[in-house]
Write a protein that binds this ligand. Structure first.
Ligand code: NAD
Length: 346
């Protein structure tokens, strides 16, 4: 089957996603997804955009993230349940779908738990390549859970980082992350406090999960010239940085309408100035302007990043066996004879 066959939908399972990633290489795939995201951010105005649609509960959040460029339509289903890890479950799981706008037929269904980690890392490092100090060699990685290794490798591949300093409130998470990064070309320094982790780091990534206003970084921890990549605060009532850091930083976002609801900037006035990354990428806005400036990427994850990742996967599986055809569309020979098709199947 070719993925273009209209009635059978190519489905990429977790197993096939892992095979595909090994076939391409983690860092190569992150870099290639980042290139697709950059291409799509540069044509920002051709997309339908809306803040994602959340269903909050005391346990976590389930969200739908749709977008379309008029030719393809994509959405991701994603959850965020910080309490899950204590029950042996993932904090974040996801799957996604791409469809043809002309027919409305799905053209791809795929796991997106691993793909989300790749696309989040790709977006972080892409933004870092615009905003982080060019001489950056060391990144503090605070929060050493599921996303962390992907983040470290993305900044190595795309921003020239050679050292990561790891910190997590759970020492087992740090040990896991350090072990997974062995032999991956990074100097890995496990740290016992967040203050130790940020020592000498030009880039600070916060990627923690807690359903509350947490203070992972306080104002006195952040020196001039640093780039902060704040990943973990991505829900109303769930942030990572002290407000004073925000007031000292030049803040960059994906889609302000969503970030004001979900990001670190929910702690600021609704008209606090922020810069949209697509404008930096197209040259309509400036990124870092001097060596002493603190740049903050207030990342929440936006639907266009998932759309880019979905289209990347659709292309990557063409003429491969990294997918299976899924019989998920009823498609009778006579389009009006749905009932007849059912009866003939008896
Ligand atoms: P995870 O649960 O696997 O890992 C989170 C880690 O944070 C855990 O190891 C936990 O011990 C640690 N932690 C919690 N509080 C801490 C603190 N105060 N200091 C240091 N470490 C602390 O979760 P994950 O899949 O790695 O995701 C992390 C966060 O990133 C989640 O909040 C998730 O919603 C968010 N996320 C954002 C994006 C985005 O696009 N911005 C994408 C994916 C995930």
């Amino acid at each position: 089957m070719q993925p273009s066959d209209k009635a059978l939908v190519p489905f990429v399972s977790v197993d096939n996603m892992m095979r595909l990633i090994h076939h391409i290489g983690v860092e190569q795939m992150i870099t290639q997804i980042a290139a697709q995201i950059e291409t799509d951010f540069k044509r920002w105005e051709s997309f339908d955009k809306t803040p994602r649609i959340p269903a909050h509960s005391p346990h976590g959040v389930i969200e739908l993230m749709p977008t379309s460029d008029g030719e393809a339509y994509g959405f991701k289903y994603v959850n965020g349940h910080p309490k899950n890890t204590s029950e042996g479950l993932q904090t974040v799981t996801a799957f996604g779908l791409l469809a043809d706008v002309y027919t409305g037929y799905p053209t791809l269904l795929t796991e997106m738990t691993i793909l989300t980690a790749l696309r989040t890392a790709a977006t972080s490092a892409l933004v870092g390549s615009y905003l982080a100090p060019k001489s950056a060699t060391t990144m503090a990685m605070i929060g050493n859970g599921a996303q962390s290794e992907f983040q470290c490798l993305a900044f190595k591949a795309m921003c020239g980082i050679d050292t990561v300093r790891l910190y997590d409130t759970d020492a087992n998470a740090t040990a896991k992350c350090a072990a997974n990064l062995q032999g991956k070309g990074l100097k890995v320094v496990p740290c016992k406090t967040p203050e130790d982790a940020i020592e000498g780091a030009q880039i600070i990534t916060t990627c923690t999960a807690d359903k509350k206003y947490a203070t992972i970084l306080t104002d006195n921890m952040v020196g001039p010239g640093v780039h902060i990549n704040a990943i973990g605060g991505d829900c109303p009532g769930k942030t990572e940085l002290h407000r004073d850091i925000l007031l000292r930083s030049e803040i960059f976002v994906e889609y302000p309408e969503q970030t004001r609801i979900e990001g670190e900037i929910q702690a600021l006035d609704a008209d606090h100035p922020v810069t949209e990354m697509w404008e930096v990428m197209t040259g309509q806005a400036t990124g870092r302007t001097d060596d002493r400036q603190i740049t903050l990427f207030d990342s929440v994850g936006f639907a266009i990043e998932d759309f880019s990742a979905l289209r990347y996967i659709k292309r990557a599986i063409e003429d491969t066996d990294f997918f299976e055809p899924l019989d998920m569309l009823a498609d009778p020979d006579d389009p009006r004879d749905l009932f007849g098709m059912l009866m003939r199947a008896e």
